[in-house]
Design a protein. Structure first.
Length: 324
């Protein structure tokens, strides 16, 4: 089954090819131009939405998770491919990694060029994703991202370039797809099962991200977000998670009022260590997660518990299970 959500893979450029609109074409229109894809598998399609992935929402995530559960419980289907915009693909992949339980593969793919661009990469990416979903050794590997011939885990994958075809980091790469073969670079290991049960959720708790920087003024934003209903804030700290002192003092005050604060880093490599003193105040380490993925995990953790120690344990258990 292909579940389509839009993105550049379904986008169309204007007459000058200097600008384009995401999420214009439906999945069945895309498939008409690539009949060779049907040689890989018996394909069914469902259009979940047709948006720029910058507009991805909790509602769409919950809808995707519900559809995936229903589809993969049907013996007719051996796997799912999700077409998705690249801007928030890593967040959706991580959300689905945390919320789906299946031995069948779930592959996200997209494009860096719109459909009518001479260098359109969407057709090849979709071909590779379906090929990967149909591959016998993809069983039990869960959610994966397939872009530009590379296969990524949802934990390590991150978009690092705004324009290049090869836009995703090598961090998290677990294999590759060529015209003649599929190769995984590491043996199949036990996969962490879903730890979140979202079947009855109608919405997710609100969590926001704030940057820390020189002469940081985010203390004002933190207070405003909390007063407007934010349940958690992820800090994109400098270095190994440092937070400007004025910003940190405000966060300490908000922690006492019930805000949950997870500290990540604006740097894309390494992990964050929380001092004993900060841990006692309630600050939680994102471990190896970047801010956007830490936000996803915090939203899901808050949907299950409000206890700080339990939420900290969820982050730590993920870090203990995976290498970032």
């Amino acid at each position: 089954m292909i579940l389509a959500t839009g993105g550049t893979i379904a986008g169309v450029a204007d007459e000058t090819h200097t600008d384009y609109e995401s999420g214009v074409l439906g999945i069945d229109t895309l498939l008409q131009d690539f009949p060779q894809i049907h040689s890989l598998a018996h394909i069914h399609t469902k259009q979940i939405c047709n948006i720029d992935s910058a507009d991805m929402s909790d509602d769409i995530w919950l809808t995707l998770a519900h559809n995936i559960k229903v589809i993969l419980s049907d013996s007719l289907y051996d796997g799912i491919v999700i077409t998705h915009g690249t801007d928030t693909m890593e967040e959706s992949a991580f959300f689905l990694h945390l919320t789906t339980i299946s031995d069948k593969p779930i592959i996200l793919t997209g494009a860096m060029r719109p459909f009518n661009d001479a260098l359109y990469d969407g057709g090849k990416n979709l071909f590779n994703a379906i090929k990967l979903a149909a591959y016998k050794d993809s069983q039990n590997r869960g959610v994966m991202v397939c872009m530009n011939g590379q296969i990524y885990s949802p934990l390590g994958v991150s978009k690092l370039h705004t324009l290049e075809i090869d836009a995703f980091s090598s961090k998290g790469r677990i294999g590759f797809v060529t015209d003649s073969s599929i190769c995984f670079s590491s043996p199949l290991i036990a996969r962490q099962r879903s730890i979140f049960h979202i079947e009855n959720l109608k919405s997710l708790p609100r969590v926001d991200i704030l940057y820390s920087y020189a002469n940081d003024g985010s203390s004002i934003a933190a207070k405003a977000l909390f007063e407007s209903g934010t349940k958690g804030i992820v800090i994109a700290g400098s270095g190994a998670g440092s937070i400007h002192k004025a910003h940190k003092e405000m966060l300490k005050s908000l922690l006492k009022q019930g805000l949950v604060v997870v500290v990540s880093s604006r740097i894309n490599q390494g992990s964050v260590h929380i001092s004993k003193a900060d841990s006692e105040l309630g600050f939680i380490s994102s471990a190896g997660l970047n801010p956007q993925k830490a936000r996803v995990l915090l939203m899901l953790a808050l949907s299950q518990s409000k206890d700080l120690a339990e939420i900290a344990s969820i982050f730590q258990s993920l870090f203990n299970f995976h290498t970032f």
